[in-house]
Design a protein around this ligand. Structure first.
Ligand code: FES
Ligand code: FE2
Length: 430
């Protein structure tokens, strides 16, 4: 929960941000980011090894493996995994790799079974991964020890009903990874929200190009003039940089906003409202980046994350997800996709606005005409995210021509916020 003093400070900061005529005093000027971060195979390979294999990644909602014995395949992290709701009630993740000769243990996308059996030679595993059945096991000889041949597990932890995995067995826990988000998100009822919709779309650009369209409000008045702009006053936006590459933005609606438009987009009356959500979650656009690939506004109606998965250096799979409280017999909530007229779904107008330039940006970034990226104070969440990418990789591993300088120091990272002192100073009578 966000305490009342924090709420009041953020509300005052909104007006203070709108009144600025320059970046806050002492905020570092952000050096250009090298183009190669979006276009070089070398940087992509470093991301694969040191970011994607070491980060906590959203894998599934408990509704996708709802009962003991439920399982699903999941390979968005580039490795074939299975998520298994154990007969003992514990949700686990394993490589979908039989310990005999590597056949997939699970071949259907989803299913339910008290045992997992590889179809090649019928080796059989319990839902906790233990190998319990080997046909003709006497032929493996007396030294063969089934207890050493359990499915290989992957770190798996939950936040409410959300299932996260981490390919690094030595990773810190999910709670430590999330830092302040762990408590701050409590009001949004991650433990009660159901999965309403999960769709994915392939984009022709680097995953960071796609994701960064959702990490600043600078673009809102321009590409979202008719859609988001009436809801989000970009001038009164308050960014907060959290440790670990996470970040928050809170932007109120414009003071002269068209209330009917806001209601039409933001207050779908047939959906249940989460009663624990506080003032800012109800009245502003409160949105979070969770490193490395989650961006989600959070409100009293939805948890609707956008998740970005690299499928190659210049292609991305975008997942558009809506979670909401039980919607009963009403229409299934889906904030980000609409019927495509052919029996499927397509990206909603807002998401089409955000993704429209991706392919062309990627092409232009790969051209000789693109050198580097200058970022404004308003885009500092993107810069901080890049600093964390390099830190995850290891500052000594990133070639200098691809690195960003680590200019945003701890003094500008939560819980520190020099803006508050600047605001207080200005508020003092002269
Ligand atoms: S590969 Fe799975 S039982 Fe042989
Ligand atoms: Fe946008």
């Amino acid at each position: 929960m966000m305490d009342q003093q924090t709420v009041e400070t953020i509300k005052r900061l909104m007006e203070w941000e709108a009144g600025r005529s320059a970046p806050p005093e002492g905020f570092p000027s952000l050096p250009d980011m090298p183009a190669g971060r979006y276009t070089s195979q070398e940087y992509y390979d470093l991301e694969q090894q040191y970011i994607w294999k070491k980060s906590w990644l959203f894998a599934a909602h408990l509704d996708e493996v709802p009962e003991p014995g439920s399982f699903m395949q999941w390979d968005n992290a580039g490795q074939p995994l299975i998520i298994v709701h154990g007969m003992d009630g514990v949700v686990r993740a394993f490589y979908n790799t039989c310990r005999h000769r590597g056949a997939p243990v699970v071949t259907v996308q989803r299913g339910r079974s008290p045992r997992l059996m590889c179809g090649y030679h019928n080796w059989t595993y319990k839902t906790d991964g233990e190998l319990v059945g080997v046909p003709e096991s006497q032929d493996f000889g007396p030294a063969f020890d089934k207890s050493c041949r359990s499915l290989i597990g992957v770190r798996c932890e939950m936040y409410g009903k959300l299932i996260f995995v981490n390919l690094d067995e030595n990773a810190i826990g999910l709670r430590e990874w999330m830092g302040p988000l762990w408590d701050e998100w409590e009001e949004f009822a991650f433990d009660r929200m159901r999965l309403a919709s999960r769709q994915s779309f392939d984009l022709k650009c680097n995953w960071k190009v796609a994701m960064e369209a959702n990490m600043e409000v600078y673009h809102v008045p321009f590409i979202h003039a008719q859609t988001v702009a009436p809801l989000v006053d970009h001038k009164r936006n308050v960014n907060t940089i959290f440790p670990g590459g996470h970040a928050r933005m809170i932007a109120p609606p414009p003071k002269n906003t068209n209330r009917a438009h806001v209601r039409a987009i933001d207050n779908p009356p047939e959906w249940q409202s989460v009663e624990t959500v506080g003032e800012l979650g109800r009245t502003t656009t409160q949105s979070y980046t969770m490193f490395p690939n989650w961006v989600s506004p959070l409100s009293n109606f939805f948890i609707p994350p956008l998740i970005f998965w690299p499928t190659s250096l210049n292609t991305t799979r975008l997942e558009l997800i809506t979670m909401a409280l039980d919607w009963g017999d009403g229409p299934t909530p889906d904030l980000w996709t609409v019927p495509d007229g052919k029996g499927g779904r397509e990206m909603s107008p807002i998401i089409q606005e955000d993704t429209q330039f991706g392919e062309a940006i990627q092409k232009s970034m790969e051209s000789d005409g693109f050198k580097s990226v200058p970022l404004s104070y308003q885009e500092a969440r993107i810069y901080s995210f890049h600093q964390t990418c390099d830190k995850m990789i290891g500052l000594d591993r990133v070639p200098p021509h691809l690195a960003v300088k680590q200019v945003i120091g701890k003094d500008w990272v939560w819980p520190n916020d020099p803006r508050v002192a600047l605001m207080e100073r200005e508020a003092e009578p002269a």
